[in-house]
Design a protein around this ligand. Structure first.
Ligand code: PNS
Length: 158
């Protein structure tokens, strides 16, 4: 079976992530969405909530699974026999770091990174900006899937 991993923090998943996952799912038998839970960064949502939101947002796509991971993404891939990582690129500014990570991952293990251009509608979109705009009461309804919108309201409208 031809599988690929879409890794990220997904705190929370945005419509931009969802677009990449959905498009990637057409090229592979299965896409494993891997939610990074390394402890260093401050997060709004717990790993389980992030997984739940992704599962709900992707329930219409049959060949998606969602897991958490800790540590190196290449170890996650290697343990499952997966040889491809799919990443979205929003702009040239993403490319420098993503290229560096892709090359590092390739040097660590036989795992290649495939880059997919983001839909231009989402090139400004990030989880951080969604959280900031939502925190100050801005409308993010066109930017995140409904399960995320609902949880953002539950979390921030208190
Ligand atoms: O959504 P993000 O925060 O841009 O996702 C980044 C993520 C989690 C995909 C990346 O930081 C990652 O792969 N972390 C796992 C640790 C690792 O493998 N680091 C070495 C990468 S070269």
């Amino acid at each position: 079976m031809n599988r690929a991993v879409c890794p990220g923090s997904f705190d929370p998943i945005t419509n931009g992530h969802l677009d990449i996952i959905e498009r990637a799912s057409r090229f592979f038998d299965e896409i494993v969405v891997a939610v990074g839970i390394n402890v260093s960064k401050h997060r709004l949502f717990e790993p389980e909530e992030r997984v739940d939101m992704i599962r709900e947002a992707t329930e219409g796509i049959p060949n998606i699974s969602v897991e958490t991971f800790q540590g190196l993404i290449v170890e996650f891939c290697t343990a499952r026999g997966i040889k491809a990582i799919v990443k979205g690129l929003r702009a040239v500014s993403d490319f420098d770091y993503e290229l560096q990570m892709g090359q590092m991952n390739r040097s660590l293990a036989a795992v290649d990174t495939l880059f997919m251009p983001a839909d231009p509608h989402y090139s400004f979109l990030s989880s951080s900006l969604v959280k900031e705009v939502a925190t100050y009461g801005g409308d993010v309804s066109g930017l995140v899937p409904e399960p995320v919108l609902r949880r953002l309201h539950e979390r921030l409208d208190k």
